[in-house]
Design a protein around this ligand. Structure first.
Ligand code: FE
Length: 152
């Protein structure tokens, strides 16, 4: 096994307590500066600048910090916002929702349940399936394309 695949394996099997205990300096080593700012300092990328807002490929969006599967392309839709938008998480337990009163707004922040990293916000103006819009930063996500011929 080479180092890359060992690292991937560690990522997918990492335990939540270990992820939540990571220090800023550990995260800085693992993440690029924009990912660190968004995931660990609750930053927001500029609209229409992220790598996934317009992506329509089939696959899974994982947490860019801990690798946990967070959203499926099946629930991604074009919200016109310039950020990747989903009407539901891959699993209700994979994200946490928290009241956020910063920047003079009342919003609901969405974080990764496994590592507590910031993902974005959820708004009550989504499509009919759920009425919710999970507005997520591309910088918080790692897209894993579905292999050709994979069963649904
Ligand atoms: Fe995470």
């Amino acid at each position: 096994m080479n180092n890359d695949s060992a690292e991937e394996l560690n990522k997918s099997q990492s335990d939540p307590a270990q992820e939540k205990a990571k220090s800023d300096s550990e995260w800085r080593e693992e993440l690029d500066p924009e990912q660190f700012h968004v995931l660990r300092e609750k930053g927001t990328e500029r609209a229409f600048t992220g790598k996934y807002w317009d992506l329509k490929d089939a696959g899974t969006y994982r947490c860019a910090a801990c690798g946990e599967p967070l959203f499926s392309s099946d629930t991604k839709y074009d919200s016109g916002s310039g950020w990747p938008s989903f009407y539901q998480p891959a699993d209700a337990a994979s994200v946490k929702e928290l009241a956020d009163h910063s920047h003079g707004m009342i919003r609901t922040e969405v974080t990764c349940a496994k590592c507590d990293s910031h993902l974005g916000h959820v708004f009550p103006d989504g499509p009919p399936q759920t009425g919710l819009r999970y507005c997520v930063n591309s910088a918080s996500l790692d897209f894993e394309k579905q292999e050709e011929g994979d069963a649904e």
